[in-house]
Ligand binder design. Structure first.
Ligand SMILES: *Cc1c(COP(=O)(O)O)cnc(C)c1O
Length: 371
């Protein structure tokens, strides 16, 4: 990580905070970097790149078709645009003016997530009107049914993420409800690219994943699902999607990342992840004032995280101060702070090397005075 950081005077980072956008999301393997770098030196017929990607994703996942967008945020906006306006050129040109079109986009209230900005804004960018069904605590099928049945509704938008709040909404049943109202269901599974099969199995018409998260491609969004809707998403590239287009290096990098994913031995990969988590848990758990454990991903991704419980009395500092001190060092160590007020720090180790995990453990030792 150091040549670029040194040249441009940038903070060196060990990212244990997950596929986190403000930290550059992921680190691509050599094959992906090479493919993207090569693509930068070439011209392409961009439609052919999209066709090749669609064919490859269809073969890998069983989805009818796929299209790349700049990122999933863009993909949500363009999926909503496709649901509201279809593929007719005059409607595509008119967006985000949705006058006379079915612009109501229904979300269970707990699915109105904020992943760095509110997902409702993705809907509004397409001229849609987000309509929240139920409450933060949950959304019953009757509440969803009522919201989907109102005139002017264009689609159901669902999210599969650890950010979702309230009682779990059964995704397959929610999709079936939308279909009963002849509405498409769009499923944002941005950080769930290792669960594409399960997401497609819900019956959702469009499934969105961020390949730059766990697939470690360049920044890009992948929208997969029904042929006609995917074609409509792609058609909106000539409308509001102009500002949301995928780059050639991103599509070529994604093709390379899909090859890597196809060759991945998932059980070996899981064992490797488990070993990294076990190493940190055993070292950090031995420190004064810390209790450490491996925890499952709350949204079903096939790997665990290390969780540290900080007892401020014996550790000499609380979880918030520990996170702050880790962040302030060189390299800056970033951890998940969503449960910091309960004395908990979570660390995701997927992209990290054994040396980096060792550096994290050593820094925690120093900071808790047990080095
Ligand atoms: C990361 C994320 C997004 C945004 O994905 P990008 O590809 O970065 O735009 C959307 N929804 C959820 C649930 C996410 O986790």
């Amino acid at each position: 990580m150091s040549a670029l950081h040194e040249k441009f005077g940038l903070t060196r980072v060990i990212n244990a905070a997950g596929t986190y956008t403000p930290l550059g999301v992921s680190r691509s393997p050599q094959a992906v970097r090479q493919a993207a770098a090569q693509a930068l030196g070439e011209f392409f017929v961009m439609d052919e790149l999209q066709d090749a990607l669609s064919a490859r994703v269809a073969r890998l996942t069983g989805a009818e078709a796929a299209v790349a967008t700049h990122c999933v945020s863009a993909g949500i906006t363009l999926s909503v645009a496709a649901a509201i306006a279809g593929s007719a050129p005059e409607r595509i040109a008119a967006l985000p003016d949705t006058n006379g079109l079915p612009g109501r986009i229904v979300l269970p209230a707990g699915h109105a997530v904020n992943y760095g900005h509110p997902i409702e804004q993705d809907v509004r960018l397409a001229g849609g009107v987000p309509v929240l069904a139920g409450s933060e605590a949950g959304c019953t099928e009757a509440e969803l049914d009522e919201a989907l049945g109102r005139a002017g509704t264009g689609a159901l938008l669902l999210v599969s993420s650890r950010l979702v709040r309230g009682a779990l909404v059964d995704l397959a049943r929610a999709v079936a409800l939308a279909h009963r109202h002849n509405l498409p269901a769009i499923l944002d599974g941005a950080a769930q690219d290792l669960r594409i099969d399960e997401l497609l199995a819900t019956g959702a018409d469009l499934v969105l994943v961020s390949p730059h998260k766990y697939m470690a491609s360049p920044t890009v969004g992948l929208v997969l699902g029904r042929r006609a809707l995917v074609a409509a998403v792609r058609a909106h590239e000539k409308g509001i999607g102009r500002a949301m287009k995928p780059t050639k290096e991103a599509i070529v990098g994604l093709l390379a990342a899909l090859e890597e994913r196809e060759a991945l031995d998932l059980s070996a990969w899981r064992r490797e992840q488990d070993a990294k988590v076990a190493a940190l848990v055993s070292r950090a758990g031995a420190l004064r004032g810390l209790r450490a454990e491996a925890i499952a991903d709350p949204a079903g991704m096939p790997f665990r995280r290390a969780r540290l419980h900080v007892d401020p009395q014996s550790a000499g500092l609380d979880a918030r101060s520990l996170a702050h001190a880790l962040r302030g060092g060189d390299p800056s160590i970033r951890v998940m702070e969503h449960a910091v007020s309960e004395g908990v720090l979570d660390l995701e180790l997927v992209p990290l090397t054994a040396e980096e995990i060792d550096a994290i453990a050593s820094r925690i030792e120093t900071l808790t005075g047990t080095a």
